[in-house]
Design a protein around this ligand. Structure first.
Ligand code: IMP
Ligand code: MG
Length: 186
């Protein structure tokens, strides 16, 4: 990853952030993943299951990059407070779709410690899906504490706190088109 300086640094709450991944890089990678999912699921009607809040923007772009019949559903899971994981998945809200016998594609914004997926996957398997595929726009491999098999990774990033394209710092920054990393010394 080569941070470019085409965009000025930004401030959210008390912290300063600098560009890490551009809108164009995100779009290109999202389209590639969409094509891969289209090949893999062309003979079924998978359910794209977004983990709220962070995945909603990635989901919207990824779903439009998928060229096969597919459905969408969302659940809310939360383990973060400020810039660190609390380690506890606090809430699981509102799954309306019956996943029994379905090909489920989990859409995550970022997998950090892997704690959220580690706690959620057994609950998902209880719902008896015929397959589970994990897609995450970002993965922090060195932060992973659990052995989570991520089938499609947008970008592997170092252990830096990031915002933008759906990701927040205390609920702000989700509307940024690019992904920004916390500046050193910020
Ligand atoms: P995990 O349970 O540690 O894998 O963290 C997963 C969740 O924490 C993600 O779905 C995000 O909502 C949040 N998260 C992890 N790292 C970051 C980050 O760098 N910026 C913003 N949110 C993050
Ligand atoms: Mg999340």
């Amino acid at each position: 990853m080569h941070p470019t300086k085409e965009k000025p640094d930004i401030k959210i709450h008390d912290l300063e952030f600098e560009l890490m991944i551009s809108e164009k890089e995100i779009q290109d990678r999202t389209n590639e993943i969409g094509h891969a999912l289209t090949q893999k699921f062309k003979d079924s009607v998978p359910v794209l299951l977004g983990i709220l809040n962070g995945s909603f923007i990635f989901m919207a772009d990824l779903m439009r990059a998928c060229d096969m019949p597919c459905e969408v559903s969302f659940i809310k899971l939360s383990s973060y407070s400020g810039t660190t994981s609390t380690g506890i998945v606090k809430s699981i809200i509102g799954l309306q779709t019956d996943l029994d016998g379905r090909d489920v594609i989990i859409i995550e914004d970022i997998i950090d410690s892997g704690e959220t997926m580690h706690q959620f996957l057994p609950q998902l398997l209880d719902m008896n899906p015929s397959s589970v595929t994990i897609v995450s726009l970002l993965v922090k491999p060195t932060a992973m504490k659990h052995d989570i098999r991520v089938d499609h990774v947008g970008f592997e990033i170092p252990e830096k706190f990031v915002v933008g394209y759906g990701l927040d710092y205390n609920e702000q920054g989700r509307n940024l088109k690019d992904i920004y990393q916390l500046k050193k010394g910020s």
